[in-house]
Ligand binder design. Sequence first.
Ligand SMILES: NC(=O)c1ccc[n+]([C@@H]2O[C@H](COP(=O)([O-])OP(=O)(O)OC[C@H]3O[C@@H](n4cnc5c(N)ncnc54)[C@H](OP(=O)(O)O)[C@@H]3O)[C@@H](O)[C@H]2O)c1
Length: 342
Amino acid sequence: MSWVAAFRMTGPPARVLVHVPARALEYAQALTSAVLGPAKIAAPCAIEVRVGVTAAEAQSLAPWPDIFFGAGLAPEVLLEMPRLGWIQWAWAGVDRLLDHGPFAEALAQSRFRLSRAVGLFGPPLAEYVLAYCLCLAQGIPQVLEAQRERAWRRFRPDRLAGKRLGVAGLGSTGGEIARQAARLGLEVWGCRRSGASPGPTPEGIARVFGPAELDVFVSGLDFLVLALPLTPATRGLFSAGLLARMKPASVLINVGRGALVDERALVEALRAGRPGWAVLDVFEREPLPPESELWSLPNVIITPHLAGLSRPDDIVDLFLRNLAAYRSGGPLAGEVRADLGY
Ligand SMILES: NC(=O)c1ccc[n+]([C@@H]2O[C@H](COP(=O)([O-])OP(=O)(O)OC[C@H]3O[C@@H](n4cnc5c(N)ncnc54)[C@H](OP(=O)(O)O)[C@@H]3O)[C@@H](O)[C@H]2O)c1
């Protein structure tokens, strides 16, 4: 089924193809009601929308769109779209697109522009990270276990205040995690590609490191949070060697991408108790296969990539703001740089 809508049909319309796996109609409806419903966000130009409910249907519309709005479509299919000038990706990570050599090359040659979902995931990711920091400091896993056994087992819960949390990646998500952690009384360190020197230190961060100082950064932390994009420079960055630098009782929390960490090395490191715990929302392969050893480790908490769930209304709002910028040739929020891969 293809679903078509047109808004403000004066002037040549921007032809927008919408596709998000299993949610294409939800996104298209959010776009329609943003422009035509009570909120009436002014569309910057006439827009014609078609929806590819399935990937095959989106592919069959390949000759048509100027703009792709959505996610989950294979880079090969996007490359089949001859008129495409801009892709607004509805997800935060674009690693699956840029892993495809011809797609990365086309972006580098400015065949089209690419922006990703940005500025939406910081607050939910910060809540996720702090929930699990508090959960482990309060010993909630052992409390629940004792309760199941009807055992009155007293112990002294830990405090977060005074502990040190490090965020690897200080962008739109990592920056917010750092701010919220500092408010809870944690000492916060950060690590970013550009290191300490450029620009002001983000609010709440005591010390900023560059990639060359990762081992010093990692070895000083009680909590290590990964909020990095997956790029050629960050793939497998958290290797056996770096994990061995973590403190024995420390906690690794990964909300970035699974392949930032060498998963096999992580299993061994957790068996050795360094780090003491891992809280993982993202994995090298998703869904995490039933045979993965991570499932059976007692010091791992696994969540199925839900830390930063987005709402179509928020992404539509970003899309309409970026559409105005795209039409005027201005900078796009979350625009991806081909040379950096994020
Ligand atoms: N689990 C979820 O549901 C979920 C939700 C949202 C996002 N994510 C993931 O989180 C990632 C980050 O999102 P974001 O919006 O915060 O990205 P962003 O705004 O682009 O920020 C990326 C940060 O990573 C730093 N960085 C990049 N390469 C690095 C390297 N080699 N060494 C050290 N630091 C490096 C950047 O440094 P500079 O500041 O120097 O550029 C920047 O601070 C996304 O790519 C996505 O994979 C996951």
